[in-house]
Design a protein around this ligand. Structure first.
Ligand code: PHE
Length: 344
């Protein structure tokens, strides 16, 4: 008959507990009940401990009954807890008000990345000089990147630029913006004044070289264009960019697509030409490559090279930016460290 009294008592415990849980008025009350019933010294826990004093035969049934009660109490507790939580949140939302008169938190101004800022400045200067902006593909063919720019198949000039090949050599990542000259010449008719800014790629990486960098190409084709026009345009440009006191120096150089070719230096921005660490004591900094467009390039796009002549130039944007802002490691321009880029 002991069984019956145990189960009678259990039933009572269960219904009393559930009733208490149902009337718990807060999260706090629910928690107190949980400790009272299921805590280490709780009603259910202490009953579970007495199971060991029962006989082998009684134990399974009594254990199962006790566990069933424990489960329904746990379930009731968690349901009550979640409805109390909802109730408390709702009450809080009703009680608290959103103060629309509080001043907002200020959001800092955004800025331009130095590469973008320099790019925009250069484009602006050349647009004022009558050049229009054209873009070309970054994935190129050997034909556009080299052949039509007068690089012969076996010419050592090809080795000047270590090229990233893709599609098993069928395509390459352009090593300079000069192939845009070809695209633009094929698409338009002379006279032409074009600039082509964009990304270029070379297998190269150290503190002044990055495998991806930016160039700005410029070229002008018309009747009777000569080297004097090229010098004039570049001088105007450099004076706008670095100020009227900046000097230019043209050194003979070689590019397959220009003849004659020159490399252009500007007087060092850091020491005004006196000689310093940045210009390695020379007072000059190389800034761009330029020259008269080789007649072979004009012929390759079907232009009459007797009738039309032109000049072209190309410069690295990173180099211009590094000189302008006195940045000595190109990698700073790509790391996007907010402490670095927010200085510009
Ligand atoms: N394409 C050359 C380079 O990447 C630069 C250049 C452009 C030189 C146009 C002459 C004329 O180095």
């Amino acid at each position: 008959m002991g069984d019956i009294s145990i189960s009678g008592e259990l039933d009572r415990l269960k219904s009393e507990s559930l009733a208490q849980i149902a009337s718990a008025g807060s999260m706090d009350d629910v928690e107190k009940l949980r400790v009272f019933l299921l805590g280490r010294k709780g009603e259910i826990t202490s009953r579970l401990k007495t199971l060991s004093s029962l006989s082998q035969e009684e134990r399974p049934a009594a254990g199962a009954a006790l566990n069933a009660v424990k489960n329904s109490i746990e379930e009731a507790l968690s349901e009550r807890a979640s409805s109390m939580k909802k109730k408390e949140v709702t009450e809080r939302l009703e009680r608290e008000e959103f103060d629309v008169t509080l001043p907002g938190r200020p959001v800092g101004d955004g800025g331009f990345h130095p590469i973008g800022a320099v790019m925009d400045e250069l484009i602006g200067i050349f647009q004022e000089l009558g050049f229009s902006v054209v873009e070309g593909p970054e994935i190129e063919t050997d034909e556009y990147n080299f052949q039509m720019l007068n690089f012969p198949d076996d010419h050592p000039a090809r080795d000047m630029q270590d090229t990233f090949y893709v599609q098993n050599g069928a395509r390459l990542l352009r090593t300079h913006t000069s192939p845009v000259q070809i695209h633009a010449m094929l698409k338009r008719k002379p006279p032409l004044s074009v600039i082509a800014p964009g990304r270029v790629y070379r297998c190269d990486s150290d503190i002044t070289h990055s495998p991806v960098f930016h160039q700005l190409e410029g070229f002008h084709i018309a009747k009777d264009v000569n080297f004097g026009h090229l010098k004039g345009i570049l001088e105007l440009f450099i004076h706008r960019l670095y100020g009227k006191n900046t000097k230019l120096r043209f050194r003979p150089s070689f590019f397959p697509f220009t003849e004659p070719s020159a490399e252009v230096d500007v007087s060092c921005q850091i020491c005004s030409g006196k000689g310093c660490r940045v210009c390695k004591g020379s007072g000059w900094l190389e800034i761009l490559g330029a020259g008269m467009i080789d007649p072979n390039v004009l012929k390759a796009v079907g232009y009459d090279s007797e009738k039309w002549t032109g000049f072209a130039f190309g410069m690295g944007i990173e180099r211009v930016a590094m000189l302008k802002y006195g940045i000595d490691d190109i990698r700073l321009l790509y790391e996007n460290d907010i402490k670095f880029i927010s200085q510009f």
